[in-house]
Design a protein around this ligand. Structure first.
Ligand code: GDP
Ligand code: MN
Length: 367
């Protein structure tokens, strides 16, 4: 679970980290008591707000009164703004990035740090990024911090403040079951004070039962995922171009593997689960249509599920929602012949072979 910046900063403050003072508002009427000059930042479940126009500056409360409604009207990467953090504006001489991130490939947390922090951190060349794998049993040791400080090359008083921040981040990472904790910018003021200028905290969803204080807020989850959740559909967004709808977790996973075998990359996958409920089939296709993959792969194996009922749902929703995304269907199992007829009548030719269908969807041109 992705905490909003202001909630991350509340945790930081609780652990004794230096964060700029601030107030969260939902309208210009709530600005009394906010510090000025201020930085106004939209509170949404995604980064890159600076580049997307979600970070503004106000010298006075009057300037902020004009800016708050503008920020509240924004939608960034599908996230509608519901809150704005008005924080003390820092005088920043240099922006540093520090983070502790779970490296799933190497099965351990990694400490990352660069003196080239700020909104362009994704473009930092690898040789400017300090990396230290942290053995989960040994944890963060003083030599990691010394290596980091030598790499970053700051004077001693600043280096020791950054080391202190990293030590605390590690403590938070461990105690709150984090998978990612990032401070970008870790802001160095001209006076040599180091502040946590931003907070990105991601908590392992499987550990949430241990942290009831983090009740999920709607603005933390990407909107399509939130809707899928409300409708009881497993929905995962990836970075390819094929939208996958399959039934059952096992078949869904196998479908992703089969696509990979033919060089295909999934954009989203939806698991219909063990149902042929036409309403759920429709909900799946509506979500898929809004997620805008360039083509759709429907892979149904009917054990208990009746393929013809699924096919009816599919043809209905394609007509009702006027879905134009090319579809390849693979239908196998209970009532498959009837299902094929229903789909054929709607101009969709269904395969029975899993391999053939996967190969076909990878090969066709999408929208
Ligand atoms: P993000 O783009 O979503 O990560 O949002 P950030 O909170 O990191 O802000 C983006 C950028 O705005 C930072 O990298 C800074 O350059 C700038 N910024 C944010 N807060 C302040 C501040 O208090 N003072 C100054 N001078 N710049 C700030
Ligand atoms: Mn940031």
């Amino acid at each position: 679970m992705n905490l909003l910046e202001y909630r991350g900063k509340e945790i930081f403050a609780r652990y004794g980290l230096r964060v700029p003072r601030g107030k969260v508002v939902t309208s210009a009427d709530e600005l009394d008591g906010a510090p000025f000059p201020a930085v106004l930042k939209v509170q949404i479940g995604t980064g890159g707000r600076g580049k997307a126009g979600g970070v503004k500056f106000a010298e006075t409360i009057d300037e902020a009164r004009a800016l708050v409604p503008q920020l509240m009207a924004l939608t960034i990467k599908g996230f509608k703004v519901r809150k704005v953090l008005v924080a003390e504006k820092l005088d920043i001489a240099q922006e540093v990035y520090v983070g502790i991130v779970l490296d799933r490939l190497n099965r351990c947390p990694v400490l990352l740090a660069t003196a080239m922090g700020g909104v362009e951190v994704e473009d930092v060349p690898p040789n400017k990024m300090f990396k230290a794998a942290l053995d989960p049993l040994v944890g963060l040791r003083p030599y990691h911090l010394r290596d980091m400080s030598v790499f970053l090359g700051f004077p001693k008083d600043i280096a020791s403040q950054i080391e202190g921040i990293v030590e605390t981040l590690w403590k938070i990472y461990r105690e709150l079951d984090g998978t990612l904790i990032e401070v970008n910018p870790t802001a160095i003021t001209p006076k040599g004070e180091v502040y946590c200028g931003d907070a990105k905290v991601v908590i392992d969803n499987d550990a949430l039962y241990r942290h009831p204080e983090f009740a999920q807020e709607p603005e933390d989850i990407p909107p399509l995922e939130a809707r899928a959740k409300a409708e009881g559909i497993a929905f995962v967004q990836l970075d390819g171009d094929i939208g996958v709808i399959a039934n059952g977790a096992g078949l869904t996973m196998a479908t992703l593997d089969m696509l990979a075998r033919f060089g295909g990359k999934p954009a989203i996958f939806l698991d219909l689960g063990g149902t042929d409920d036409p309403e759920k089939v429709k909900a799946c296709f509506r979500l898929m249509n809004e997620a805008r993959p360039s083509k759709i792969f429907l892979n149904i194996f009917g054990g208990i599920t009746k393929c013809d009922t699924v096919a009816l749902g599919v043809t209905k929703v394609i007509e009702e929602e006027n879905i134009k995304i090319p579809l390849v269907a693979r239908i196998k199992g209970r009532n498959e012949a009837e299902a094929r007829e229903i789909l054929a009548a709607a101009g969709i030719e269904a395969e029975t072979s899993f391999e053939k269908a996967a190969e076909k969807v990878v090969a066709i041109k999408g929208v």
